[in-house]
Ligand binder design. Structure first.
Ligand code: SF4
Length: 256
């Protein structure tokens, strides 16, 4: 990475209010290093993101069995072997957070850390998501933290080599996601990345075109934004600023 890229990287995280950045050395486990930004650099003005309500592209069937609960859904998943992703998993990662939350974040699927711990978004991308939620809310004067929202994934088992879930795996496991969302009935959903977007909206649109606008899933507003793992490896300053704007819009809509 060049010095300019490092500067751009740190500026972005500073803008989010982030004081510590987690690095994974090539041959060692995750460690946290303090990375304060010492040189004040004024960020450019960001134009407001235009929000445009859209209808879902397909009519989705009702997916809420009578009296459904998160406990019942987890019970129905059981020691699931409904798709090939069961073969490499250690743990089924169901979801975590506040089951009465007005906001649900949906990611793609568990990674290695999540597969070990049985919880969503606990690795590097999860640490970034936590910082983005906590620091953006604090900066915007909203009294919420990550523990106040609910977080889950499209597929509940880790795909081998962290590959993107295949269509049939998303469809098979998606029934549980839909039941989770129908049970929680949040005020809004945040789809993190292209896989979550496709699972909820059945769209062929690219994420760069869909993000920053309101869509709908079963009459629930859906905000699309980038997956935190994309932001970790993508040194495009614009993508990071866009994700920050998306999150601000989302949090104000849900919590104002
Ligand atoms: S990914 Fe979902 S459908 Fe596939 S085995 Fe795991 S829990 Fe079952």
């Amino acid at each position: 990475m060049t010095k300019d890229e490092i500067r751009s990287y740190l500026e972005f995280y500073r803008d989010l209010g982030i004081q510590s950045i987690y690095l994974r050395p090539p041959d060692r486990s995750v460690e946290s290093v303090s990375a304060p930004v010492t040189e004040p650099v004024r960020a450019p003005e960001i134009p407001p993101v235009l929000l445009e309500p859209l209808r879902p592209s397909v009519a989705l069937p009702a997916l809420e069995p009578p009296g459904d609960t998160l406990e019942k859904i987890r019970e129905d998943i059981g020691d699931c072997r409904r798709c090939r992703l069961c073969e490499g998993r250690n743990t089924i990662v169901f979801g975590s957070g506040n089951p009465q939350s007005p906001l649900v974040f949906v990611g793609e699927g568990p990674g290695a850390d999540e597969d070990q711990q049985g919880l969503p978004f606990v690795g590097r991308a999860g640490q970034l998501l936590t910082q983005m939620i906590d620091n953006t809310a604090a900066k915007e004067g909203l009294a919420i933290r990550r523990s106040d929202v609910y977080i889950c994934n499209v597929v509940k088992c880790r795909p081998p080599e962290n590959r993107t879930p295949q269509q049939d795996e998303m469809e098979t496991c998606g029934q549980f996601l839909y039941r989770q969302l129908n049970t929680i009935k949040p005020k809004a959903i945040c789809a993190l990345g292209a896989t979550a977007m496709k699972a909820l909206l059945n769209t062929k649109e690219g994420i760069t075109k869909s993000r920053g606008r309101w869509h709908e899933w079963q009459d629930i507003p859906v905000m699309i934004t980038y997956h935190p793992s994309y932001l970790l490896r993508q040194y495009n300053q614009q993508a990071r600023r866009e994700a920050w704007e998306d999150l601000k819009t989302l949090l104000h809509y849900v919590y104002d």
